[in-house]
Design a binder for this molecule. Structure first.
Ligand code: DGT
Ligand code: CA
Ligand code: CA
Ligand code: ZN
Length: 580
């Protein structure tokens, strides 16, 4: 079990303890430990094996035991017994906005409510508003929250899906009978959220049975939901479904293409095949043979790769991220597909937090993490003073941070920390720092973190004012959405993107898997207007820096080339860009 999974479980245990009504100190210790995991830079397994887990700051005796159990066996008896005390529906209830452990525990004890359905019934019957600390408004919000959860409940964040997929995929892939293998579906297309995982492999018939067995008995499988000749389906412990298809190697390019989707893209490709008089399905092209009378034989069009499949219907190879039937077919017919930016093009990133505000790691640790990824620079953008909840920096602390950055920069060879700040856009559109402080910074990420309830006109006006502020460099997480949790605030995105183009402002793709904001559909519009895009992990721990890869996926879905992305520029080019 890796750091991310351990962190998730520690967080869950902290919440279970809260539900149980344990003392807040103990609960917080678990939540803190979860965050500490994100900041651990060495291999967790090695730390546990060397008996050094207690030496990690913030890890006490009992949590150390949980961590070593998890790392060694994948299970923790403490967690199991803690979970036993609650019906599973309790956790679903906590997904509802505004329903924290306290409220959930209260309703469970007082009203025996232990699922979303029961909660909905009680709210509709007006039973909650009479309870202490609830009221009519809370009841309405709970019903709205239930609607949101239902709307999103069948999807997963991309990092959850990817981690779950990778573990089982790596195991299958290493089987000697596998000829070719790929993760397909929405995960290959790098969609912002994922329904289920689709794996396609090719192998000879005689190996298929054993490959299915390895799949269905993998340690991450919770339940088997289907087993057939060519397909098996399971539910993984992360709660997500996973389908495996084993095909003949001749069929592999067709199966991979079909199961990568999207459905809309497939339909277009199939229509092109039909124009040639062929049929196309997940097993291959077929040409109905009309040559000999009465006999209905079929001829196969051989294809070795997906590129061959596209070529056969007159298309250039279409990268998976583009397969959404949003213009890629026409572009592929006319040699007009973009040459997409890749992760290897990235030289650094711009929106990271340190322990100056609500991040977990120091400036030096974040810099070391970036260097380890092979980057040339890292932009630090801690919160501004109004963000008290996140320990936002006062003007004096900004200056203090700059001194520390200067000392570090003097020591680095071929690496530089940029001095940025994530400055709140106040309700009236003003920035949270005065001009004197803003002028000290290399760049400013301007973001909305408060008063989400403005109407569309007011919210648009608020952000437009920030776009026009001469000190603002980058607009952060434009819509404020939290994927699968809350929609963005009402906003005229087109108007803001147009203004960003007019004023030469950068818009960020916030690469945190909860956000992926700007949405890729809007990214495509933004670059068509000539807006520069920055891919920012919004990372609060060293490990979060690698979230940039999800942002690259979104940039690719938005048709971005290397030139559209600030992160592909050299240190000098970035410094010049900021200095304009
Ligand atoms: P998801 O799982 O909801 O995030 O999205 P996908 O795209 O992975 O969808 P999924 O898992 O239902 O199916 C995988 C691919 O299989 C899908 O992208 C396209 C293909 N596919 C599934 N059903 C159909 C269909 O009825 N017609 C066509 N042409 N393709 C289909
Ligand atoms: Ca899928
Ligand atoms: Ca599927
Ligand atoms: Zn932010």
């Amino acid at each position: 079990m890796d750091k991310t999974q351990v962190a998730e479980i520690l967080d869950e245990m902290g919440t279970l303890l809260e539900l149980k009504g344990e003392n807040p100190f103990k609960c917080r210790a678990f939540h803190n430990a979860a965050r500490v995991m994100g900041g651990v830079t060495e291999d967790l397994k090695t730390i546990v094996e060397n008996g050094e887990i207690r030496k990690v700051k913030g890890i006490g005796e009992s949590i150390a035991k949980v961590i070593s159990d998890l790392v060694k066996t994948g299970k923790s008896p403490d967690r199991e017994s803690l979970k036993k005390g609650f019906p599973p529906g309790i956790f679903d209830m906590m997904k509802i906005q505004g329903m924290g452990p306290k409220k959930v525990a209260f309703l469970y004890k007082k009203m025996k409510i232990s699922s979303i359905d029961e909660l909905e019934k009680a709210a509709k019957a007006g039973k909650l508003e009479k309870l202490e600390g609830f009221g009519k408004k809370t009841e309405e919000n709970i019903l709205l929250g239930i609607e949101q959860v239902r709307k999103h409940s069948s999807k997963f964040h991309i990092n959850v899906a990817e981690n779950a997929a990778q573990a089982i995929f790596d195991t299958i892939k290493s089987h000697k009978g596998i000829i070719r293998s790929e993760i397909a579906g929405s995960l290959r297309r790098r969609k912002e959220t994922i329904g289920d995982i689709d794996i396609v492999v090719s192998a000879s018939k005689k190996d298929a049975k054993e490959i299915f067995k390895i799949f269905t008995t993998h340690r991450s499988v919770e339940r088997i939901t289907g087993e057939g000749e060519t397909k098996a389906s399971v539910v993984l412990s992360a709660g997500i479904n996973c389908d495996l298809r084993v095909v003949d190697d001749r069929e592999f390019p067709f199966a991979l293409n079909y199961f990568t989707g999207s459905k809309e893209h497939n339909i277009r490709v199939r229509a092109l095949a039909r124009e040639n008089g062929w049929t196309l399905n997940e097993y291959g092209f077929a040409i109905p043979d009309t040559g000999e009378k009465g006999r209905k034989s079929k001829k196969i069009v051989p294809c070795k790769t997906e590129a061959d499949v596209y070529k056969s219907v007159g298309l250039d190879y279409v990268e998976p991220e583009l397969r959404e039937d949003l213009g890629e077919i026409e572009a592929a017919q006319n040699g007009k597909l973009p040459k997409l930016v890749t992760y290897d093009d990235i030289r650094g990133t711009f929106h990271c937090h340190t322990n100056y505000s609500d991040g977990h790691n120091t400036l030096a640790e974040m810099a070391a993490g970036a260097q380890k990824l092979g980057w040339e620079y890292l932009g630090i953008a801690d919160h501004s003073k109004v963000a008290a909840y996140a320990n936002g920096l006062s003007e004096d602390r900004v200056k203090k941070q700059h001194k520390e950055i200067d000392v570090l920069n003097a020591k680095f060879k071929n690496f530089r920390l940029f001095k940025g700040s994530e400055v709140d856009i106040l309700t009236n559109g003003d920035m949270d720092f005065n001009d004197k402080t803003l002028a000290l910074l290399d760049y400013v990420v301007a973001s909305v973190h408060s008063n989400f309830k403005l109407n569309e006109a007011d919210m648009t006006k608020r952000i437009l004012k920030a776009v026009k502020n001469k000190y603002v460099t980058i607009i952060g997480h434009l819509t404020g959405r939290l994927l699968l949790e809350r929609d963005g605030y009402p906003l005229n995105q087109i108007e803001i993107i147009n203004a960003a183009a007019d004023h030469g402002k950068i818009i960020e793709i916030n690469a945190h898997p909860m956000r992926l904001d700007l949405d890729w559909r809007m990214v495509k519009y933004a670059i068509s207007k000539g807006v520069m895009i920055a891919i920012n992990p919004d990372s609060h721990v060293v490990n979060g820096l690698t979230d940039v890869k999800y942002g690259v996926g979104i940039a690719r879905k938005g048709w971005c080339e290397k030139k559209d992305i600030l992160n592909t520029r050299t240190t000098k080019q970035v410094a010049d860009y900021f200095g304009r």
